[in-house]
Design a protein around this ligand. Structure first.
Ligand code: EPZ
Length: 430
């Protein structure tokens, strides 16, 4: 086990290169199951969720070769449907893209019911609605979800989602791309990673149009061929560093980004009084004037991302005045608040509204990463206050941040990873 030790209080300064987007890489990696050929994927982040996905696909018969630190060659020619490892799949929500990919390629699927960060109920009813609309017979039995079809492939249809859902939009896209006829998805999610997955599939010969809008058209093709494709930069990692720069009153340039993907974060930081300069593929964040409280409402893209909510809360605890965050996507993404309270943060949660009384001086404390974004939030908070903080359960942060400690060190943070002997193993040894 390891923990992160931080001596905070210094502003972050310098440049940091942003890695590939975990939430774009996941659907694209599972989409390779649809391709009986070699695909070269570039700008892949080196994070736990991705490495676990490689382990799942290798276990199904895929050949995955590392070309360099961020480039892999994936060949799913010999993948066998229904053979994914139950214990690996259930721990990784993103593995539910296997459902759409297996359904799309084989006309059938058998995958463990998905797990993932615990934000309360995380249903997959819209995924199932989409699979059924495509002619799939879906049963959940013994911890598995099974899909079968009479014609051996998906049958094109029109699907209108009850709510905007990233996962279901992507899963239906994967299921329909080799289907018979045309599929229209209405009320589709518009996130950049949906566009990225559609662009990858089109590079393999798919016929998808409208990705990025709320209506996506997929004309089924008979097969896909290999391609070389680069994953888009991680807008949430970039946003996390932008907010950390503002929280520590620093001056940081994030490079290898697409500024358009960050517009809602940039706009909100400027509203608070943070200086944000946009360049072609980089953004500079600095604080050179007074900051003021603000109100945030999380929304599907292009609104303010829910995955930036905990980080924004940590930042707003340092801004004099009362700010609010209204979490409209998840019913329980608030466990991180308890950790901020250990640092004297004046934050309370009522329903889905977080009220932040900013300007209270935080104090260093022993902290826990409650989930992926709750973990980065407590690290940002620890960076803002003098004294030594420790953060445990950092594997949850390493699910989605590539070399976080190295990147923060590069920006001048006094931060290190420390090995923690397993108390149970120690007891046994003595
Ligand atoms: C993806 O989750 C991301 N995960 C999440 O990022 C992100 O918060 C979320 O999209 C929203 O942007 C991955 O990409 C692996 P949804 P996903 O389907 O696909 C409800 C992170 O920190 N819903 O858009 O599960 C659902 O309960 C993670 O990187 C249904 O009701 O998100 C939620 O309230 C956390 N029925 C809302 O929609 C369904 O069938 C958004 O879910 C599907 C979803």
């Amino acid at each position: 086990m390891e923990k992160i030790v931080i001596n905070g209080g210094a502003p972050l300064r310098g440049e940091v290169e942003i890695s590939g987007f975990k939430n774009a890489a996941l659907p694209i990696i599972y989409a390779c199951v649809l391709v009986r050929d070699k695909c070269i994927i570039e700008n892949v982040p080196n994070v736990l969720d991705i490495n676990r996905s490689f382990e799942i696909l290798r276990g199904m018969g895929a050949t995955i070769k590392t070309i360099d630190r961020t480039t892999v060659e994936i060949d799913c020619t010999n993948v066998v449907s229904g053979t994914s490892d139950y214990s690996l799949v259930r721990r990784l929500r993103g593995s539910y893209y296997l459902l759409g990919a297996e359904f799309g390629r084989f006309g059938k699927a058998r995958v463990a019911y998905p797990g993932g960060c615990d934000f309360g109920v995380r249903p997959i009813d819209q995924h199932i609605k989409g699979f059924k609309a495509l002619g799939g017979e879906v049963i959940t039995d013994g911890g598995y979800i099974e899909i079968s079809t009479k014609i051996g492939r998906a049958k094109g249809t029109n699907i209108f989602f009850d709510m905007v859902t990233v996962g279901a939009t992507l899963n239906v896209m994967l299921a329909a791309v080799l289907g018979e006829g045309t599929t229209i998805i209405e009320n589709a999610a518009r996130e950049p990673h949906i566009v990225d997955c559609a662009n990858f599939l089109n590079s393999c010969g798919a016929k998808i149009s409208g990705a990025g809008s709320d209506i996506i058209k997929i004309r089924g093709v008979s097969e896909l061929h290999g391609c070389r494709y680069a994953i888009i930069p991680d807008m949430i990692e970039a946003g996390s560093f932008m907010v950390a720069a503002a929280a520590t009153r620093g001056d940081v340039t994030v490079t290898n980004v697409i500024p358009k993907h960050l517009e809602s974060i940039t706009a909100k930081l400027e509203e608070v009084g943070v200086s944000v300069e946009e360049f072609d593929d980089s953004i500079r964040v600095s604080v050179d004037g007074p900051l003021r409280p603000t109100n945030v409402k999380t929304l599907p893209y292009p609104g303010f991302p829910t995955d930036m909510h905990p980080q924004m809360c940590a930042f707003l605890t340092t801004v004099q005045g009362v700010s609010f965050i209204n979490e409209s996507i998840y019913d329980n993404r608030f466990k991180y608040v308890q950790e901020l309270k250990r640092m004297n943060a004046a934050v309370k949660v009522e329903g889905r509204m977080v009220t932040i009384e900013g300007g209270v001086t935080l104090s260093a404390a022993p902290l826990v990463a409650v989930d992926l974004r709750g973990g980065i939030a407590v690290i940002i908070a620890a960076l803002t206050c003098s004294g030594q903080s420790e953060v445990t359960d950092i594997h949850l942060i390493e699910r989605g941040y590539d070399d976080l400690v190295g990147k923060l060190k590069q920006l001048g943070a006094d931060i290190k990873k420390v090995y923690v002997p397993d108390p149970v193993a120690l007891k046994k040894a003595n």
